[in-house]
Design a protein around this ligand. Sequence first.
Ligand code: XUL
Length: 544
Amino acid sequence: MSIKEYFLGLDCSTQSLTGIIIDFESKKPVISSSLPFSEYFPHYNTDHGIIKFEDGKIVHSYPLMWVEALDLIFSKFKEAEIDLSLIEAISGSGQQHGTVYLNEKFFKALKNLNSTKNLKEQLENVFSRETAPIWMDSSTTRQCEEIRETLGGKKETIELTGSDTFERFSGPQIRKFYQENPEAYERTKIIHLVSSFMASVLLGDNAPIDHGDGAGMNLMDIKTKKWSDKALNATAPNLKDKLPDLTESYHITGTISPYFVKKYGFNSETILLPWSGDNPNSLIGVGLIEKGKAAISLGTSDTYFGFMEKLHTDPHGESHVFGSPTGHYMSLICFKNGAIAREKIKNKFNLSWDEFSKILDKTPPGNNGNIMLPYFLPEIVPHILNPKVYRFGFDENNKDANVRAIIESQILSMRHHSEWIGEKPNIIYATGGASKDTAILQIIADVNDVDIVQFEISDSAALGAALRSAKTYYDKNGVKKSWAEIVKDFTSMRGTIISPRKKYKKLYDDMVFLYKEYEDFVLRGGINPEKYRQKFIELYFKKN
Ligand code: XUL
């Protein structure tokens, strides 16, 4: 072991490739670099890394662009005079669910990579499909229905794979490719996820899919963590022969390909781990390695995720269970009406974020009994195909009520739709753009009656990958370090803690009940809960 122990985490996300090298002993990042695809690779003509097809439902990207980015990020590290031979282990993160289709040339090309050429020119002919459908694609409703039906229905699908079938999941995407282009499917020798594809390039060989990302395919048996023959057969013929192996996230897959050793000065003994999905990596990157903690990421879409010790699936089929890189499980709930919905309200009233926040501060918890169901866009949770915003007790021109209602509705919905997890967290980490706003965080604290920690790390997926590689490296060398020790110093860079105000606990317990009733009323034809809303107003807002 060298004195300096560097670990590299890469993150091939929707919009960019990011790399973080950490020095474990000094507990510091050595370098962190991010290459936004649109900016660095304009010749692919993507919109922030994505290609949208006319119908708006089909969303793809270029795997060759990600490969080109890999060469560039290492060149940047080299230019910055980072000694890459000090990197002991590497892992990575990929946007989840996306699939990469490769032909018979892939294998040979990887084995014979020549360091005097670049990756792009050597890998441009290895694809049986030039583009890769990614997680934003929602064009496979028919395939979702077909697979769900063959598996025996929604309940059976959830119990088998950890999630109901979802348009963006890999299985329905593979089925669509097989149905629409059977010859190209036939020519496809291997289908990788974004994560395992990038890991294969580093390895110079076929890399396995880890249980974290494998769980986002509707193809892996969530209990045994093996490919499910039933799910494979429901998806496409001979699929097992076209998929890499599944493995634990902490398994060592080999050492780095000689291409990178010769070209960038990596150490030929640098060990590689499987890459995982961005959500499992972020779980580690924010330090969720034990029960009782959850995270809320307030981004383009809002996500709620948490560590799960024992497998437990969502009976409603709205959420997902993925493998955690620790070998356990994690829950993930994805809400599409996140930042875009907040922005709609902010822009309607021409507010700055500061003014928006001030309104949150001055309006009362419970919003005088005004309730919104905020489906500005089609929603994943609950499943809404035709967007519509519902308001009860106020109209669209009431500025204060709308500002408070959008935030309260998002948080009430998160609380309601995460109840199936069964364990109330004792702390929630908040990340993502809107987590800077402490007025929003106060509402999260009050609604959930839990401490909220503002989390300041932005590249949690890349950091999580670097920390995973550190853990495996120390395990391999017999140096005992628990997950808690691994994540402690890197994930404790926190901002403010915001505590719940106990006097609002009962109000929000009642309001979440009301919210549920309104969802039932609007989405499932339940009774009109107006009389409960009037009671709520009487109890909390009528002065006697
Ligand atoms: C999770 C999901 C997204 C992508 C984003 O199910 O679809 O969070 O992983 O990269």
